[in-house]
Write a protein that binds this ligand. Structure first.
Ligand SMILES: [Zn+2]
Length: 196
C-alpha cells in the first residue's frame, strides 16, 4: 500500500511538472502584479496604483482617477507575460499617470476644439480627422515617453527592459491610452527601450 501511495505522489508531481512546462513555464499571476508594484515603489516615490483584472479589449490601460490611478488588465494578457514583462507593463502604464498624459491630452483637445471640457472636446474632434491626427501624434510621443520612463525605472531596479520577454509583451502594441486610440509601432518602441 505504501509503495502505491508513493507512486501516486510521484506521478502527481510528474504530472504537475508537465502541466507547468506545457503552460509556458512562467505564466504570470496576480502575485507577480503585487510583486511588481512592491518593486516599483522603490524606484517611483509616492507611486499609488490599484490593479483590476478583468476581460478587456485593450490588453491593459490606465485611468487617472481623483482617488488614485486604476490599471485595468486582461487576465489572458497577464497569463502570457513573464514576471519581468509584468514589471514593464505596470511601469509603462504608471508612467502615463506620473507624466500626466491623460490631463495633457485633455488640455490639448480643449485647446484644439475650443471647448471647455475634455469630453466635449474629444467628441467634437472625433468627427474631424485632421485635428484628430494632431492628438494621435501627441499620443504616439506619450507612448514612447512612457516606454522611456519605464525602461529607466527598471534599470534603477537592476532589471534590463531590452529582453525577449519584455519586447514580446509590447509586440502587437495595444497597450494604448484609452482616450485616443493611437500608438507608435513596435520598432520605434523597441528603439527607445533598447537604446544604450
Ligand atoms: Zn501606453
Amino acid at each position: 500500500m505504501l509503495a502505491v501511495g508513493v507512486w501516486i505522489v510521484r506521478f502527481g508531481l510528474i504530472a504537475q511538472f508537465c502541466l507547468f512546462f506545457l503552460s509556458g513555464a512562467q505564466a504570470a499571476t496576480r502575485n507577480d502584479i503585487d510583486d511588481a508594484i512592491g518593486q516599483l515603489v522603490k524606484a517611483v516615490p509616492n507611486m499609488k496604483l490599484e490593479v483590476e483584472l478583468t476581460k478587456t479589449w485593450n490588453r491593459a490601460y490606465v485611468s487617472d482617477r481623483i482617488d488614485g490611478a486604476l490599471l485595468t488588465m486582461d487576465p489572458d494578457f497577464l497569463s502570457r507575460l513573464t514576471p519581468d514583462g509584468v514589471l514593464f507593463v505596470i511601469a509603462h502604464e504608471y508612467a502615463h499617470v506620473h507624466l500626466e498624459h491623460q490631463k495633457k491630452l485633455g488640455a490639448k483637445a480643449m485647446e484644439l476644439a475650443g471647448l471647455p471640457t475634455p469630453d466635449m472636446a474629444f467628441d467634437a474632434i472625433e468627427k474631424n480627422p485632421a485635428t484628430m491626427e494632431k492628438l494621435h501624434a501627441m499620443n504616439r510621443q506619450f507612448e514612447l515617453d512612457a516606454d522611456e520612463a519605464a525602461t529607466k525605472w527598471l534599470a534603477s531596479l537592476g532589471v534590463v527592459a531590452c529582453t525577449e520577454d519584455v519586447l514580446r509583451s509590447i509586440d502587437g502594441a495595444d497597450m494604448m491610452m484609452p482616450v485616443v486610440p493611437s500608438h507608435p509601432g513596435y520598432y520605434s518602441r523597441k528603439q527607445v527601450i533598447c537604446r544604450k
